[in-house]
Design a protein around this ligand. Structure first.
Ligand code: 2HA
Ligand code: ZN
Length: 278
């Protein structure tokens, strides 16, 4: 394929489109949210001719040995999703991971002294854990500030069971899209190794993890699957809030029963997390 700019490559275009889709959903106020993507070998070779002289190595603060030598597209720390489509070279970049799996260096983009997302430690550890959990399928980690889901972290118990049930009951497709449920991380200071370890510690069981009073981390094999997961979770949270509000705070007149969820799982051939059913 003959392309003139790295931003003409399909993978970079798809990445930029996902950033803009998230902005248009209203999930990325100011510099909120971040997106990382682990390049395939073919995508890396297509990108390589556009690489610049590599920057210095920087410690991540956490280690992921199974990510040694990988390359990631990443949004920049302090950068606005709103601007990605207008100015990719300053808003996003590609980083290479060293042979120990504990440092990054910029090989393209993040121009003007930018750095990878402040949540790079969490993204990196999530990639490491999901790569293992999915046999290498997972390539995308996405963090967004989804308002209805955040609102639910003020009213529901902060347990995986309470959130998974509320979401499964709020839209029929949920139990099929995330049959393992969603995990919950309590409120923690963002941007460092502690929240990264707390998130990755449960990301082996869940493809999506809620950050209390903050947002959601979603993972997936590609941009469609990962954006779709974020969208499905947020829409279910919105429906839950609409229904509870219409019912004056509840109780709801009816919902999807546990046996109906089991029936759904059986027909769609997914394994529901029985721990969350009564
Ligand atoms: O990038 O979303 O969690 C800004 C954030 C921090
Ligand atoms: Zn955030």
């Amino acid at each position: 394929m003959n392309v003139e700019k790295i931003t003409d490559l399909k993978v970079v275009q798809d990445y930029i489109r996902m950033c803009n889709d998230g902005w248009e959903q209203g999930w990325h106020e100011r510099n909120g949210g971040n997106l990382t993507y682990r390049l395939t070998a073919d995508e890396l070779e297509a990108c390589r001719p556009f690489f610049t002289a590599p920057g210095p190595w920087n410690a991540i603060g956490v280690q992921g040995e199974n990510l040694a030598g990988e390359y990631f597209l990443t949004t920049g720390s302090g950068k606005y999703f709103r601007n990605v489509i207008l100015d990719p070279a300053h808003s996003i970049g590609i980083v290479e991971i060293n042979d120990k799996g504990d440092s990054w260096r910029i090989v393209w983009g993040l121009e003007g002294g930018a750095r990878p997302t402040s949540e790079f430690p969490t993204h990196f550890m999530n990639h490491s854990v999901r790569l293992e959990a999915t046999g290498g399928r997972c390539r995308v980690i996405y963090h967004a500030h989804t308002p209805h889901l955040i609102a639910l972290t003020y009213v529901l118990p902060l347990t995986a069971k309470a959130f998974s049930r509320a979401l499964w009951q709020s839209a029929t497709e949920c139990a099929v899209v995330f049959p393992e449920g969603v995990g919950i991380v309590p409120w923690l200071v963002p941007g460092g190794a502690d929240i990264a370890r707390a998130t990755a510690g449960i990301m082996d069981q869940f493809s999506a993890v809620v950050w209390s009073h903050h947002g959601l981390f979603a993972s997936g094999a590609d941009f469609d699957e990962t954006f779709g997961l974020m969208h499905t979770v947020e829409k279910a949270a919105q429906i839950y809030i609409l229904a509870m509000s219409a019912a004056g705070g509840g109780p709801l007149r009816q919902t999807i029963s546990d046996d109906e969820l089991r029936h759904l799982a059986q027909d769609f051939k997914v394994t529901l997390n029985e721990e969350f059913l009564d």
